[in-house]
Ligand binder design. Structure first.
Ligand code: NDP
Length: 291
């Protein structure tokens, strides 16, 4: 059984990205990422700060813009328009989830698709479906594909089951797996899927993006399957310093012994997301500057 080391693969991606950034900077161009946060949700603050910090480590320009929780939709759109027009910014992301009074779809539509490094704009969604590589693909599924490649997993002809159909993970993951790059046969499961354990037992590759701790148990997994666990769930744990610990969507201890390869949580998909965000920002910079 192979434990797919997301920290290691993410560090390799970041090394490549750093090389690209150094070359761009030598040509007088510094890639720039703007991260917009509305409100003071503690988890979102952690995510935003780690993205800004990573930009600094790589020598990339970053802007962190924090609006108060009661900022209006129009104020947020105005910030995005300003960033769209800012030539020093090549990638823009608005940290999710925004407060409930913000219309997230309208926000995504306002972002210049050329700067939409999260890959949420309909133009980029269309490019993913059309397999037009000039578009931006959401960072987490992009990271999952990179992990499969790094682990030497053959996807061509494999039966893959993706559990979850969100726009952020499940749907783009399914498209990437079925693309002519990966050539898997893909089934997408969700909360209305019948006989899910049986369906999953037919899978050579399972991608779990559900948001339920330890949902995928041993009965879902055939011997020799590859399991990618996207889940990040907090469960109470009195023995942990913070009073909780992070677990995935997969019951790792019982599933791992059956697997050919599996990603742990933490240390699997998680570190890949930020690495692919940096890679997308450099790609956006290259496209916008022609460098
Ligand atoms: P969503 O809540 O948007 O989607 C969850 C999906 O799981 C839905 O499609 C839902 O089905 C499906 N689902 C829920 N319950 C069941 C069930 N009982 N049986 C089958 N399917 C079910 O979550 P996200 O896609 O945003 O995130 C999924 C997980 O991945 C979360 O734990 C999240 O924290 C994590 N995540 C991790 C990231 C990383 O960087 N590693 C990045 C993004 C997310 P339906 O559509 O029918 O409701």
């Amino acid at each position: 059984m192979q434990i797919i080391d997301g920290k290691l693969v993410a560090s390799q991606v970041l090394e490549e990205v750093k090389g690209d950034i150094d070359r761009l900077k030598a040509a007088g161009i510094t890639p720039g990422l703007a991260v917009v946060l509305v409100g003071d949700d503690p988890a979102s603050q952690v995510y935003v700060n780690s993205k800004v910090k990573k930009c600094g480590e790589l020598g990339m320009h970053s802007r962190k813009i924090v609006l108060p929780a009661d900022a209006s939709q129009e104020e947020l759109l105005e910030v995005i328009r300003e960033l769209n027009a800012d030539a020093s910014i090549h990638g823009i992301l608005v940290q999710s989830p925004p407060p409930p009074h913000i219309d997230e779809a309208a926000v995504v539509l306002e972002i210049d698709p050329a700067k939409d490094v999260d890959g949420f704009h309909p133009e980029n969604v269309a490019k993913l479906v059309m397999e037009d590589e000039s578009g931006f693909v959401p960072c987490t599924p992009l990271g999952c594909i990179r992990l499969l490649k790094a682990a030497g997993i053959e996807t061509a002809g494999a039966n893959a089951v993706v559990i979850g159909r969100s726009m952020i993970v499940g749907k783009p993951m399914a498209h990437l797996l079925m693309s002519k790059q990966s050539n898997a046969t893909v089934t997408v499961a969700h909360s209305r899927t019948k006989n899910l354990p049986e369906l999953c037992r037919s899978a050579d590759i399972i991608v779990a993006a559900i948001g339920r701790p330890s949902f995928v148990t041993a009965e879902f997994v055939k011997d020799g399957a590859v399991v990618i666990d996207v889940g990040i769930n907090r469960v109470e744990d009195a023995s942990a310093k913070r009073g909780y610990r992070i677990v995935g969507d997969v019951a790792y201890d019982e599933v791992a012994p059956r697997c050919r390869a599996i990603t742990p949580v933490p240390g699997g998909v998680g570190p890949m997301t930020i690495a692919m965000l940096m890679a997308n920002t450099v790609k956006a910079c290259r496209q916008q500057t022609g460098a």
